[in-house]
Ligand binder design. Structure first.
Ligand SMILES: C[S@@+](CC[C@H](N)C(=O)[O-])C[C@H]1O[C@@H](n2cnc3c(N)ncnc32)[C@H](O)[C@@H]1O
Length: 232
């Protein structure tokens, strides 16, 4: 099996491990790829809906991996036992839903050696929540698929809650440190999105609203970080 773009990004950032668990597995392509490529010995492929689980079972059987990859139906981290898996992947869902899954399964998330998080939106919300709840984002990578840039984070619970400059909730600090080749394009896209929001609020006579002023401040912080990055 070949993966590309977003799915390959998730597989690449997943560390070698004994048991990986893919929450919201749908097609189960991620655990299939990880087990086939011997990055993980075994996998649990979980989903809240039975339909995706039937699809996952079919795909796993087609690749002859039913002995190594087991499926379970359930909400968020409910289908796994405490400390049953080394690595938990939560990918392809919105940031708000990922945050809810982590809040509900907090004790299990704390015990994972690594969490791989790949949100489709509200990335700033999930980064802030992770930092404020004692998780460290120790790696982050980007990949481009068609016109869209995706991010994936490797996260670990340290118990040390912290807050960061707000711009780092929008653009991951590790992306600056790693000098990710897609970072300039990501920042330019993000600044254009924020400019559009600021402009729309101005059109709606919302010139001095807190939300508009906050958005301007964040856009300016991101621009400043980008200038410093380019100079370094
Ligand atoms: C868009 S698919 C993403 C599939 C795959 N993880 C990926 O990145 O391509 C989202 C999957 O998450 C599942 N899902 C949604 N909410 C969930 C929850 N609370 N717990 C477990 N799975 C959930 C959906 O049923 C769906 O199969």
């Amino acid at each position: 099996m070949e993966l590309k773009g977003r799915l390959k990004l998730i597989a690449d950032i997943t560390p070698k491990c004994n048991i990986v668990c893919d929450i919201g597995t749908d097609h189960a392509y991620i655990p299939i790829y990880l087990v086939m490529n011997k990055k993980c010995q075994k996998a649990l492929a979980c989903d809240v809906r039975k339909g995706p689980i039937s699809f996952a079972d079919k795909n796993i059987a087609e690749y002859g991996l039913s002995q190594y990859i087991k499926t379970r139906v359930g909400d968020g981290l409910d289908p796994i036992e405490d400390s049953e898996v080394d690595v938990i992947i939560i990918a392809g869902m919105g940031g708000q839903l990922i945050k809810e899954i982590l809040e509900k399964g907090f004790a299990k998330a704390q015990k994972a050696r690594t969490l791989v998080i790949q949100p489709m939106n509200a990335i700033e919300l999930i980064r802030q929540w992770l930092y404020e709840n004692g998780f460290d984002i120790f790696d982050e990578k980007l990949a481009k698929e068609e016109d869209r840039i995706y991010n994936a984070m490797a996260v670990k619970w340290t118990g040390k809650a912290k807050s960061k400059e707000e711009a780092y909730y929008y653009i991951g600090e590790k992306l600056f440190e790693n000098r990710d080749s897609l970072l300039p394009e990501l920042i330019e896209k993000r600044i254009r999105q924020l400019d559009k929001i600021i402009f729309e609020m101005e059109k709606m006579n919302d010139k001095n609203s807190k939300k508009r002023l906050d958005t301007i401040r964040i856009r300016d912080e991101i621009s400043r970080l980008f200038m410093e990055y380019k100079k370094a």
